[in-house]
Design a protein around this ligand. Sequence first.
Ligand SMILES: [Zn+2]
Length: 347
Amino acid sequence: MRSSFTALIVSVLTFVASSSASEFFEIKKVADGVYAAIGKPGVLSNGAFIVTEEAVIVVDTHLRPSWARDLITEIRTITDKPVRYVINTHWHNDHTQGNQAYRAAFPTGTEFIAHHHTREDIIGIAIPSMKQNLNDLPSRLSQLKAQIQSRTRPDGTALTEADLAQVQRTLESQERYLSELQSIEITLPTLTFEKSASIHSGSRRIDLLYFGEGHTRGDLFVYLADAKVLISGDMLTGGVPFMRDAIPSAWGPTLEAVEKLDIATVIPGHGDVQTGKGRLQLVIRYLRDLGPAVQRHVAKGASLEETTSAVLQELSAYEKEFPNFRQSLTGPLGNITKTYEELKARK
Ligand SMILES: [Zn+2]
């Protein structure tokens, strides 16, 4: 107990939150020249940036260009060096849609780097889904306005004052998002790679590493060997692995390869900065248990419903470790469902 308490104190002291004025991010310096940009509520997805003697390297660009512009303002309070490289850990729009802000702010040249599958999937999946979103948003806004006008939910029940204020805030936020989407210019990766690449900037080497499929088929890790910092994208977050676009069976083995790195600090894709490998190892254990548990029930010919209730029971020890555990394991995008579907498809 005592040693874990000491470790906790050390971890609290290690990450010095700056007196950031950012509305959208909490900036935390995790090592010399290495900063986490932790998304505040409503923003959710994180970024990171590395300041060298020559340049700034940014990892992930959030959902909205306006949030990326806010982070650029924060970076400028720390350094006047230009952002030369923007790295996208994977294709999801909450990690890529702010790219254009960097092109606009640094017109003399920023390279956008990703795994080659990520570039393909931005073109093949992210852009069509963004267009779909653009089509769907106006009717969602109308529904919210109708709720406010009638002061009732879609199911006919009355909205409380607090609910009403919440719907109003959602409406305002979504109206701003719609106007950003209407003028979005998708900025694709300009440099892609297959297995690994390194950026040499000033006295620093920044490794971009691909260990295999997981959260998507193109998740890269950014690794600073000198500071033992891993920037993980959504391969590691504060919660249960998010499997909507995942290859569930590959995720665990990919993280097992990552675990061999010397890691003191992780800046995850969502959630707070992590000290050491504890969270990484927890997720590896969880994935090692999840796959075989679902497999056993699939092999017996169990239905999805039967598999879900049995596996929830078998993995209940993890419930205290992860927020929204049950919701994250069940439903169409849940971990059990996605793992079940992958196994069924393979059969
Ligand atoms: Zn993601």
